[in-house]
Design a binder for this molecule. Structure first.
Ligand SMILES: N[C@@H](CCC(=O)N[C@@H](CS)C(=O)NCC(=O)O)C(=O)O
Length: 343
């Protein structure tokens, strides 16, 4: 896969160094305007999310958009299809950039529209400002936090995934989830050296073992209340048995071999709107046809024989809660995202 040098696409891969996969830091959106979150609610249709259904970083922004009730405010453009020059924006067909007459086919064209001198990878997800004609952010962690800060609509549920008092712990766990699991599976799958591959695999399973133990007695990562860390973890679990176990050679165990983690993943999958953001066939095709070397004939693995809709039984541990913005938890029905009980 190529990259951008001074606003132009070059067919040169700079993601492998000394046999190991290095993901570059995102460069847009290093600091965001403080009024951006409220602008997202009040200026419906101004900001657009361009994201891929197979990419786990994209997936957590798509899930946050759904849980936060931003479908109308933030239109979604699905980037996907054969990667001729990186990600196509519209399955290879022309796409009119919102707020302009520009027609583009590849993601990298959006990057050079935003910054004609851009050098770096043209990754998804991207949050696009159709008024200023620029990328607001190309970092999923930042987009996720931004969506969380958007005030609720008049009839929407007011909650936060990052309550005051828990921010540091959430940040610390997110960092481990990224380094030891969500990005480590890529380091395993894209490694060009046996030792680096094995090191990454060891990290992945040490982290899964930790998470399994953490989830024995509590419903979510921070107890009975859903937090941002749960949303950061879920996309990797959704892809584990379908893709990472086989294609990325994280083959020591399957998600389905971890009773608590597997039930936890099904619990989250059942939350309002999340299943509809998940297309396992598109996920498998996205990876097997585009990500990772060693699949010269483009064979897409068949789906594992696991059923995401089997009852998870996690309500026996506790009801499900969300945090109000003042940090007080309140009970919700995960299936409808409606408040339960009084208040
Ligand atoms: N730090 C970024 C990473 C995003 C990322 O690496 N996305 C991958 C797809 S899963 C991508 O767009 N790769 C294309 C490329 O590197 O050229 C984020 O979390 O938003």
């Amino acid at each position: 896969m190529g990259t951008m040098v001074k606003g132009r696409w070059v067919e040169e891969d700079r993601i492998i160094e000394d046999g190991g996969f290095k993901r570059r830091p995102s460069v847009f959106g290093t600091s965001l305007a403080s009024d951006l979150a409220s602008a997202i609610r009040t200026e419906a249709g101004r900001y657009h999310l361009i994201a891929s259904l197979s990419c786990p970083w994209s997936h957590c922004t798509i899930i946050a958009r759904t849980l936060k009730g931003l479908e109308r405010e933030v239109p979604l453009q699905i980037a996907g299809g054969p990667r001729v020059q990186g990600y196509p924006v519209n399955a290879g067909a022309a796409w009119t950039v919102p707020g302009s007459d520009h027609q583009i086919v590849h993601m990298h064209e959006l990057y050079s529209l935003s910054d004609p001198n851009y050098s770096g990878r043209s990754t998804v997800p991207v949050l696009w400002d159709s008024v200023r004609q620029e990328i607001v952010s190309n970092e999923s962690a930042q987009i996720l936090r931004l969506f969380d800060a958007v005030p609720p609509s008049s009839d929407g549920l007011d909650f936060t995934l990052v309550p005051p008092g828990l921010t540091e712990q959430i940040d610390a766990l997110n960092q481990r989830l990224y380094g030891d699991l969500s990005n480590a599976v890529y380091r395993a799958g894209l490694a060009q050296r046996q030792d680096l591959y094995e090191e990454a695999v060891d990290q992945v399973f040490a982290m899964l073992d930790d998470l399994e133990a953490r989830l024995v007695a509590q419903r979510f990562l921070f107890g009975p209340v859903l937090s941002e860390s749960d949303l950061r973890l879920l996309p990797t679990l959704l892809r584990f048995d379908s893709v990472y176990h086989g294609h990325f050679r994280c083959s020591r165990r399957r998600l389905a071999d971890y009773p608590n983690l597997w039930a936890y993943a099904r619990d989250l999958y059942a939350w309002h709107g999340i299943a509809a953001t998940t297309d396992f066939q598109v996920i498998r095709e996205g990876y097997y046809l585009n990500d990772g070397a060693g699949n010269p004939f483009g064979i897409v693995a068949v789906a594992p024989d696991t059923d995401w809709s089997v009852a998870h039984g996690r309500e026996e541990l506790s009801p499900a809660f969300l945090f109000a913005r003042d940090g007080k938890p309140f009970e919700v029905d995960p299936l409808t995202l409606q408040r339960r009980g009084k208040g």
